[in-house]
Design a protein around this ligand. Sequence first.
Ligand SMILES: [Zn+2]
Length: 105
Amino acid sequence: MKKYKQIDLAKQRIKILLDYALKYYKINKQFSKNCVYHAYKIKTRFNLKFPKDFRSLYCKSCFNLLLPPDGARIRIEGKGKKIKIITTCLDCGRVIRKEVERKIY
Ligand SMILES: [Zn+2]
């Protein structure tokens, strides 16, 4: 099979797997975790990227979806121009700190 055809198939499979992961998260957590894991494996095999809105939605160490209330805890720290968004994975305890600038309209 040609390389570009393989990449096309890989992209389709990643999309299907991520859709499944989001759809079945509330029903079966382990299944959705496995879906994210396999999508990650395909992604690294073909040097691709996840969709932009999904990149910060999963835990990089245990592939759990970071959806509150039972997947993650999200806290906001700081009052000034820069605020910190602190996300804690409730499955493995990994903490992700992200500093963002507050937009003033
Ligand atoms: Zn985790």
